[in-house]
Design a binder for this molecule. Sequence first.
Ligand code: 2BA
Length: 109
Amino acid sequence: MKMLIAIVQDKDANRLSNQFIDHDIRATRLSTTGGFLKSGNTTYMIGLEDDRVAEVLDLIKTASHTRQQFMTPPVNLDAQLDNTSSYPVEVQVGGATVFVLPVEQFHQF
Ligand code: 2BA
């Protein structure tokens, strides 16, 4: 058994949730925040049998899109550095970041 942890953009999350339901894949959806952009994203925890990992990776890959996003770095108060670092910079986000972990035990009580 494996645990997939998949971080996707909020804009792709509803479509992916519907795909999981259609394919009878059990998932827990968490509202999360990216450490870099500090904006919302969605993390799924998906426990599943080894032979379904490829299928689920494919669903995630199809539902997730790469987007350009702007972020404004914090204003630099150090007078020795130039102040251009406070201008918005373009960052490419996603499609999806996925971790595949082995599961030692699975219980439902
Ligand atoms: P964020 O941390 O908000 O990062 C958003 C995007 O900003 C990243 O997209 C990446 O393109 C860029 N980025 C992140 N850290 C950076 C840095 N130190 N310098 C320059 N650019 C940086 P993705 O790589 O597609 O990641 C999307 C989201 O997936 C991340 O949101 C984070 O929530 C999660 N993530 C990505 N890699 C991870 C990892 N190794 N461990 C845990 N979560 C991860």
